[in-house]
Design a binder for this molecule. Structure first.
Ligand SMILES: NC(=O)c1ccc[n+]([C@@H]2O[C@H](COP(=O)([O-])OP(=O)(O)OC[C@H]3O[C@@H](n4cnc5c(N)ncnc54)[C@H](OP(=O)(O)O)[C@@H]3O)[C@@H](O)[C@H]2O)c1
Length: 235
């Protein structure tokens, strides 16, 4: 680990942005503590990157699973320096009145309640140290809207508010930031944009900008809605 090596906790590492972020932080010599629901992907990551890195099967929407994960990780690695609430879902493209109660709840449970669950069980240890940065993944659709993604927009607008309120609760020296990552060609984008997704950067291209940007965040950024400076981020 480099002298300034950080302990980085990331939700949603099985694919997409979370996976690319995890691999880039590891490549740079930092310690990654990741989670996701897909057991096969998590097992593959654990096999590829052994200790001090740690990958766990955790559904962030399940508070009990987050409690168990936090207990184990805080004991083995202590409080993270950087907490990245990346795990998320998007509803299938449909008008709000066409989306069933089950799908609507699932988007809220993961994108909003899942973030609160992770904060509830990891942030007290960070506050105790008066150190660390919390990044909650928002979206361009946390600051603007579009047809057929109303549940997703609702959660990302909520993330902006939740994160800015949290920022007012943290002790000096810490930061909480709602982050629009830009538009990146992941499975989520393909589900939503179809073939147009291929016009956007890959997660591997994106991390070359996003990871240095994340490493530079500090207490001066507390409460600021930020955007990773990639092509198309303000579309
Ligand atoms: N791609 C973009 O252009 C874009 C734009 C704006 C914002 N974002 C935001 O960036 C974040 C990452 O998006 P992405 O594009 O990388 O999406 P993705 O490719 O669909 O990956 C989502 C990740 O979240 C995990 N996840 C989903 N539900 C989970 C749960 N209940 N518990 C734990 N992990 C869960 C998934 O793993 P499992 O299925 O294994 O659990 C997966 O690893 C999201 O918050 C998204 O809203 C993305």
């Amino acid at each position: 680990m480099p002298a300034n090596g950080k302990v980085v906790l990331i939700t949603g590492v099985s694919r997409g942005l979370g996976r690319a972020i995890a691999e880039e932080f590891i490549r740079l010599g930092h310690t990654v503590l990741g989670s996701g629901r897909s057991a096969d992907d998590i097992a593959r990551l654990q096999k590829q990157f052994g200790p001090p890195h740690d990958f766990a099967v955790v559904d962030v929407a399940n508070d009990g699973q987050v409690v168990a994960w936090a207990k184990r990780i805080l004991k083995s690695h202590g409080a993270p320096d950087l907490l990245l609430n990346n795990a998320g879902l998007i509803n299938r493209n449909a008008r709000l009145w066409e989306i069933g109660a089950g799908e609507f709840s699932q988007v809220i449970d993961v994108n909003l309640k899942g973030v609160a669950n992770v904060i509830r069980h990891f942030v007290p240890a960070m506050v105790k140290r008066k150190k660390g940065v919390i990044v909650n993944f928002s979206s361009g659709w946390g600051r603007s809207t579009a047809a057929e993604v109303a549940p997703y927009c609702a959660t990302k607008w909520a993330i902006e508010g939740l994160t800015q309120a949290l920022a007012q609760e943290l002790p000096p020296g810490m930061a909480a930031v709602p982050l629009n990552p830009g538009i990146i060609n992941t499975g989520m984008l393909r589900r939503c944009f179809g073939s147009l997704a291929s016009g956007y950067p890959t997660p591997q291209e994106w991390v070359k900008i996003a990871v240095p940007f994340l490493l530079n965040l500090n207490s001066g950024d507390n409460g600021k809605p930020l955007t990773v400076p990639v092509r198309g981020a303000n579309d």
